[in-house]
Design a protein around this ligand. Structure first.
Ligand code: 3PG
Length: 411
């Protein structure tokens, strides 16, 4: 896919302007509401510093989790972490579009930074629609008039067509920040890898998103092998007609995933190159950790087993391109980290061009990479891009560029 030319924060005059910056501070959250990994917050520090250096007033907006999920929390802790990273006080406003938020935004001066609360507290933000519709939401209509520019830096959300992502570019001159720039530069290099095998390792628990990604990968013939793990692996095992114990089936049922089985079956029948784990490591009622084949599994499956790890590692070793997204197991618990750690090692020790995506995996390889490894802040967005499908955020930014920057040339 050819990337459109987009303007960045380096291409526009920012002195004295007020900028609205869409970041992605969506972090893994622990059972006590604590932030387990802050790399997504730290990733945006260069963008914010550059905006401050250029004398702008900076208002940050982000989502965290999804309503109804345990990681759907306010951004107060994110703000404390950001203040520490920037070495200055970032004001947290526990509001998004109410009078408090609007007043604080209006009173903000150049050189100051403010973070509004979790965007998904506003119900409009979880609805997907075309940019023109999103530009008419309350969120966009209340916030946009207070700004000179919209800066999009949330690469990891680029596959969503939500108001904070595609609505603002319709009404405000929009440019990209440092995270977006780094991601797009790295992704445009991927087209240099034309040789296969191209191996995608898809784990984690975002089954619905992964089905869509596998559909795209299959339709556009991008992947030679798709190695599934985590809940995604169990789901595809069941879709292939494999059996699992009642406890595991209940997990799929409680997440509303059983209704997606026919869609996954269709994919498998259409020749999607999906591999599923042969064995899992599980947690039995009495607290014992055991390993067995998927169909004979006892207890809750929380990591892939040794046989799967070694088979998958072999396939990774032969690949020319490896794309990994989502953990293979419940990495928050040391006993169930091994699958993820070993698959990551296999990829990093291979000769392949490696792309690692999603918050969990990115946190595990931080600061520890060789040449030809790109650690992306994106998960779903990264995979949709790699599967050759358009990203709504990029399309909206391209539209904004055409609309507002006709007389500017990109440096
Ligand atoms: C991500 O973690 O992939 C992004 O923050 C997007 O989150 P979402 O899948 O809840 O939209």
């Amino acid at each position: 896919m050819k990337l459109p030319k987009l303007f960045s924060i380096h291409d526009v005059e920012l002195k004295g302007s007020k900028v609205l910056v869409r970041v992605d501070f969506n972090c893994p959250i622990g059972s006590n509401g604590e932030i387990l990994d802050d790399s997504r917050i730290r990733a945006h520090v260069p963008t914010i510093k550059e905006l401050l250096r250029r004398d702008a007033a900076v208002v940050l907006i982000s989502h965290q989790g999804r309503p109804g999920e345990p990681d759907f929390v306010t951004l107060e802790n994110h703000c404390s972490i950001l203040s520490k990273c920037l070495g200055m006080n970032v004001k947290f406003v526990p509001d998004v579009i109410g009078p408090t938020a609007i007043n604080e935004v209006r009173n903000l001066r150049a050189g100051e930074v403010l973070l509004l609360d979790n965007l998904r507290l506003i119900s409009e933000e979880i609805i997907e629609a075309v940019p023109e519709v999103q530009a008419r939401t309350y969120l966009v209509r209340k916030l946009a008039p207070n700004f000179n520019y919209f800066v999009f830096d949330a690469f990891a959300t680029a596959h969503r067509s939500q108001p904070s992502i595609v609505g603002f570019p319709i009404v405000l001159p929009s440019v990209i920040g440092e995270v977006m720039k780094r991601e797009l530069d790295a992704l445009s290099r991927i087209y240099e890898v034309s040789e296969g095998p191209k191996v995608f390792v898809l784990g984690g628990a975002k089954v619905q998103d992964t089905i869509k990604i596998v559909e795209y990968l299959t339709k556009n013939k991008v992947a030679d092998r798709i190695l599934t793990a985590g809940l995604v692996g169990i789901f595809f095992h069941v879709a292939k007609g494999g059996s699992v114990n009642k406890e595991t089936l209940k997990v799929l049922e409680s997440k509303g995933l059983l209704s997606l089985i026919p869609r996954a079956r269709k994919l498998i029948l259409s020749g999607a190159p999906i591999e599923t784990p042969y064995d899992y490591r599980s947690f039995k009622d009495g607290g014992e950790v055991v390993e067995d084949s998927v169909s004979r599994l006892d207890g809750k499956a929380l990591d892939i087993g040794s046989y799967t790890i070694s088979m998958y590692s072999e396939l990774i070793k032969e690949a020319k391109l490896v794309v990994m997204r989502g953990p293979a197991g419940y990495i928050e618990d040391e006993r169930f980290r091994e699958g993820t750690v070993k698959l990551l090692k296999a990829a990093l020790n291979s000769n392949a061009y490696v792309i690692i995506g999603g918050g969990h995996l990115a946190a595990m390889v931080e600061g520890n990479v060789r040449e030809n490894v790109h650690v992306s802040t994106g998960g779903g967005a990264l995979l949709i891009f790699l599967s050759g499908e358009p990203l709504p955020a990029i399309d909206a930014l391209a539209e904004s560029t055409k609309k507002f920057f006709t007389n500017l040339t990109i440096k």
